[in-house]
Unconditional design. Sequence first.
Length: 132
Amino acid sequence: MAGHPRFDKLYESFAESEHKQMPRGESLKMVRERITPYWHEEVCNTLRNLKKEGKDGTVLYVAHEHVLRGMVQTLTGIDNTAILSLRIPNAAPFIFEFDENMQPIRNYYLDNENVSVTESTKKESKETVLKL
């Protein structure tokens, strides 16, 4: 509970009625509404600026599974039914390549270019195992 915004000092002046209006979680729709503007305003602009500067245009986007699922849906247009069954394994980097208009050309996992993120049947996680 300590991580809930209700306990954040930023919101300590809120009345109890205002605290009750705060969401208790975030749906995929809410995630997409939050990340889609971020994608267009921040990530796309960063990629364009890197290209203008003659750099390779690679950006590492790190987030938890639910946010990545929302980003995949935003970029690919995968439908709501399919996105619910999509599992993005931990520590399994994937790549999206874009054309000059920032439209996705293809996507795949770093360890297997033949596996599209949206068609993945990956179930395993790729967490690091530390052997002592």
